[in-house]
Design a protein around this ligand. Sequence first.
Ligand SMILES: [Ca+2]
Ligand SMILES: [Ca+2]
Length: 322
Amino acid sequence: MNSDQNSGPSRNSPDRRLVVLLVVLVLIIGLLLGWLLGGGSYKSDDDSMTATEESGLVEQAAESVTTTAAPVTTTAPPPTTTAAPVTTTAPPPTTTQAPVTTTAPPPPPAPTQAEAAGCWFDAGPLPENISLNMGFQADLDGVAGEEVAYTYFNHDLGKWVLRAEAVDGSFSSEWLIQDSDMVFATDILGVVDTNADGLPELMVKVGGGAYTQSIGFAVVRDCEVEPTRNLEGGVWTWAVGASVQNIGGFECTNGYVRFETASLTEASVWFVRSYKNSLNGIVWESTGAAGSNYVGETDDDTPPFESGYVCATLPSMMVEVG
Ligand SMILES: [Ca+2]
Ligand SMILES: [Ca+2]
């Protein structure tokens, strides 16, 4: 039995081994073919993966670049938003100017010059038989608006009159110049400020003789025009001019007026009198300074001063009146 069992396989062994060898060869060839074909596909997969990975990195890099650039554009807007408030703050001035024009109309009831000055005076209408001189218009009392002062000759009275009126007609006042006459026309010579108090005086020619003119000063205060006076209460006038034996004049300076007069004596020298006077209210007073008054004589017949007057005038406007 053992021999049969052993002889069987030994008899068929060459064929079986050939078959096994062929099967092994087929398997090996199949494996080789499979490896060759499969290796190419792996390599291409790897390449595609790396390629997609690289492209992915490029895209991420590109995105990171754009996302980092974006903050720059987001930080730029703030300046434009801060610039806008400047344009919004500009309009307010135009809106605040508008109220001024709307508040301007309401206060039209302005007081008259007399009401503003707290006084009242009415000289009445001008007489009919008169001759008028030109008027001087300025703020003569230092209150409210301007006043006009002028002289006129009243033919019925044979006298000159100094008249002052508020421009708005709320007050008027007159001074009858007693020393005036028809021969020498009375005129306002100018608006001055002899005492440097800011309030004007009217320098007025109130009379005259052959070689001289008589000059006085008047003021407009409390709605009235009135002459200035000496300490005794008389109307202050000063003779200005020159004759053979007399000269007179004055000079306004430093808030006072130096009035001078001189007469030629029989000894052929000039007897001189000089007064430094300052207007206090409507009264002329000595300045009180040492040497304010001077009385003396010259050494010879040379005149001690020039006749006439020097007094700076304030701005005023010449106007037609009546
Ligand atoms: Ca006035
Ligand atoms: Ca004055």
